[in-house]
Design a protein around this ligand. Structure first.
Ligand SMILES: Nc1ncnc2c1ncn2[C@@H]1O[C@H](COP(=O)(O)OP(=O)(O)OP(=O)(O)O)[C@@H](O)[C@H]1O
Length: 329
């Protein structure tokens, strides 16, 4: 079913009746729009809310095509919050994922809490390689030669040292960040680091031994994000993770009652890329230890490797202290 909301209907749809005291999606939309600066009723947005409500009730799939300026996010989030069970929202880009979790959903929660009479919860879910891997970080520190960061052997070492210094400094910063971050989410690292540096401290899903076998399993950032997702009303993920989850049967995306695929025109490409990546053999990340070995911190030697409990357990701040990052104004 395709709904073209570019063409505005003559009259807004009648709100769907609800049991006494229970808000309708139209009520939630009105509260949400009322909290947006310059917020005003948009018939196309209202029509989209109504169509989603009907689709939730009937269990039928719905395809919505809505133009720029419709206010699509609020149009699918408001009926989603009335679904009795978890909802998964999938976006094409990490930028939209961050926009929803760091900007739209907190504001929406503030606006509708009095109407809904509870505060909806939400969580972000990304691929494992987006999260800092403590085992990888520990492992890279173990393999670093002493003081190699500043030792450039031979006369031709200047270029090499420059490269090592650049990456080494980034990895050093990653180590410091690892002591402070709550989520371990790469997108919260500001300024960011190059992919080459990030690879030294992250773990592709196919190389991960799993939380049960990893000495850092109890403190794993990726596992923590999945645990938060299992508790949330709305889980915001991306098409690539959704595809990998589906293709490889990884059960990362929690069971849900409703799936909203935003930016659905990107879905085919993202699923194809994810399928391709699943078939690509693991890429070598360079010599053992990689650039991380050039910046072994002194504190890394204070704790025995594979120590239990891990040295990462105590400095971690509790959720709630993380700094939101908004990618769109
Ligand atoms: N009814 C409304 N009145 C005023 N502003 C609104 C309304 N609904 C949403 N907005 C605001 O419009 C902006 C765009 O919303 P959203 O990203 O959901 O829309 P969109 O349909 O995806 O549009 P675009 O394609 O332009 O991004 C957001 O800042 C949102 O808060």
């Amino acid at each position: 079913m395709t709904i073209a909301t570019n063409a505005e209907p003559a009259t807004p749809p009648a709100p769907r009746p609800r049991s006494a005291g229970q808000p309708t999606a139209a009520d939630l939309l009105a509260a949400a729009v009322g909290a947006v600066p310059g917020g005003a009723a948009r018939p196309g947005q209202q029509q989209m809310v109504h169509a989603i409500e009907q689709s939730v009730d009937s269990g039928e799939h719905l395809l919505v095509q809505a133009g720029t300026g419709t206010g699509k996010s609020l149009a699918y989030l408001t009926p989603a919050l009335l679904v009795d069970g978890p909802v998964v929202v999938s976006t094409a880009t990490l930028a939209l994922q961050s926009q929803l979790v760091d900007h739209d959903l907190p504001r929406l929660a503030d606006a509708i809490e009095p109407v809904l009479r509870r505060r909806p919860t939400f969580a972000v879910l990304k691929g494992r390689h987006h999260y800092l891997c403590l085992a990888r970080l520990d492992n890279s520190a173990e393999e670093e030669p002493e003081d190699a960061l500043f030792d450039a052997p031979g006369s031709g070492g200047t270029k090499w040292l420059g490269e090592a210094g650049r990456l080494g400094k980034q990895i050093q910063r990653l180590r410091e960040w690892a002591m402070k971050t709550v989520t371990g989410d790469r997108d919260e690292l500001d300024p960011g680091v190059e992919d080459q540096a990030w690879r030294q401290v992250s773990m592709p899903a196919r190389e991960c031994v799993g939380a049960n076998r990893c000495p850092y399993g109890a403190d794993c950032f990726a596992e923590a994000s999945r645990a938060r997702a299992r508790e949330a009303d709305i889980v915001v993920t991306n098409h690539s993770l959704l595809a990998v989850d589906m293709l490889a049967g990884r059960h990362i995306v929690p069971p849900h009652k409703l799936l909203v695929v935003d930016e659905a025109h990107e879905l085919v490409d993202r699923v194809s890329s994810a399928a391709q990546a699943e078939l690509t053999p693991t890429r070598s990340t360079g010599p053992p230890g990689g650039p991380a070995r050039w910046c072994r911190p002194r504190w890394a030697r204070r704790w025995p490797r594979r120590a239990t409990p891990s040295p990462w357990a105590w400095p971690r701040r509790r959720p709630g202290g993380s700094r939101p990052v908004s990618r769109r104004p």
